[in-house]
Design a protein around this ligand. Sequence first.
Ligand code: IDP
Ligand code: MG
Length: 139
Amino acid sequence: MATNRTFTMIKPDAVENNYIGGILKMINDAGFRIVAMKYTKLSAEAAGKFYEVHKERPFYGELVTYMSSGPIVAAILEKNNAVADFRTLIGATDPTKADEGTIRKIYAKSIAANAVHGSDSDENAQIEGDFFFSKLERF
Ligand code: IDP
Ligand code: MG
């Protein structure tokens, strides 16, 4: 059964372009409640660990360098059917293929610098939220 939480990051390109406010507004307008949130920066080591599932993919090195290149916003979000609904809200990985009105269509620069992360399963939402937040940081 689908659970009601997902995990997101506003990625370095979107932070640098001052899109934090616009992206958070879209998230709130879509009915997600913020359970936990922080403004932080990943070391290359932490980014490598977070994206370890992609270790064998050709873009892994580029992804780790990029995700540790500047600050990010990490958050746990709550809504019915959170994982699937959030993936719909952000759109396809490649912004040129993302539907109109999605966060990536509006804010992403490229397939690598694609503005936001969204968990792909309930299991990964749990793992990714636990990567950034203790129990005391969730409300
Ligand atoms: P997702 O973020 O839509 O779930 P994944 O396939 O899980 O996409 O890839 C993780 C991240 O790796 C993407 O969000 C993007 O930043 C980066 N990425 C994915 N495919 C490519 C690629 O072909 N070239 C460069 N970076 C990529
Ligand atoms: Mg993914």
